[in-house]
Ligand binder design. Structure first.
Ligand code: ADP
Ligand code: MG
Length: 290
């Protein structure tokens, strides 16, 4: 694929593309109860890019993440990964809740992914401890999740995801349940970790400010069926410092543009709630009844 062949998608060359989503539809259910969750999603994400999906609830953000994670198959279309990862790169997912295993200590939670992959004990504990240190959890490495605050549990999830050293990190509203101050702390952690490790990240949030603060690019999705409505680049320089970034005129400008794009969709969603659900396109039906 060259730049010239895909002018509408992105200016990335294939060597830089980490995730390439082509014409993806997702239908849940069958016959009269079929629901079109995603409609013709086309998206390229570059290696090392931090992309956030934002959109009204039910627009298919989680569905799209699960498809990228390989936990769910698209009904139509394909998801491909960059040339260095032809047989499917390692992807780690961070969820809003249930991200930690309650019967394991912090240390074992963070080392869990490495254990599953057969990394020798000494090595996995060393890696896990280094992330535990980076996230300020050293004093708690032998604690169990129930002994931690919500913010600390989310840090354990983030530490585990990074310790796993995936090529792609998928984060579904990971900080949605945290209070604002705790959120700011984990934002600082995440900005720092990303700066150091430059993972490809696909992040989902409802928070406009969080999206602007963390992302290189924000993809706004329409209310159901989920389509890509707009892709907004965030021109804030990196490394980013929370207070400087948030007080800059660029931050306000991007946040304003984001709100303009979202407001219409939220209004549409409210109007839709009273009416019939969208119907899958014909090609999808053909596939489903084959
Ligand atoms: P979001 O994460 O943006 O809130 P989801 O991806 O969870 O949206 O859901 C998109 C749509 O697909 C919603 O209408 C939801 O009800 C529907 N949906 C999601 N998962 C399933 C499922 N397993 N079975 C049936 N419908 C589903
Ligand atoms: Mg969701």
């Amino acid at each position: 694929m060259t730049v010239a062949e895909t002018p509408s998608r992105d200016d990335a060359t294939s060597a830089e593309v980490a995730i390439s989503i082509r014409d993806v539809d997702k239908v849940y259910g069958q016959a009269e109860s079929a629901v079109l969750a995603l409609d013709a999603i086309d998206l390229d994400i570059r290696r090392g890019e931090f992309v956030t999906l934002i959109g009204p609830s039910g627009c298919g953000k989680t569905t799209l993440l699960r498809i990228i994670a390989g936990l769910e198959a698209p009904s139509v279309g394909t998801v491909g990964f960059g040339p260095r990862a032809t047989d499917g790169p390692l992807r780690s997912m961070v969820f809003q809740e249930h991200g930690v295993l309650p019967w394991m200590t912090v240390l074992d939670n963070v080392a869990y992914g490495l254990r599953v992959r057969g990394v020798p004990k000494a090595q996995r504990l060393e890696v896990a401890r280094s992330y535990i240190r980076m996230l300020g959890l050293t004093r708690f490495e032998n604690a169990y999740p129930r002994q931690l605050s919500g913010g600390m549990r989310q840090r354990v999830s983030v530490a585990r995801a990074f310790a796993n050293d995936p090529e792609i990190l998928l984060m579904d509203e990971p900080f949605g349940a945290l209070d604002e101050q705790t959120r700011m702390m984990v934002h600082a952690d995440l900005l720092r970790l990303w700066q150091e490790h430059r993972k490809t990240v696909v992040f989902v949030t409802h928070s406009l400010s969080e999206a602007v603060l963390l992302s290189d690019r924000i993809v706004v999705m329409s209310s159901r069926p989920g389509r890509i409505k707009e892709s907004i680049s965030v021109p804030l320089e990196r490394p980013r410092h929370i207070s400087e970034a948030q007080s800059s005129p660029e931050f306000a400008a991007v946040r304003g543009r984001l709100w303009d794009a979202l407001r219409d969709e939220i209004e549409l969603l409210n109007a839709q709630e009273a009416s019939a659900p969208p119907i899958p396109r014909r090609s999808v039906w053909r596939r489903l009844i084959r």
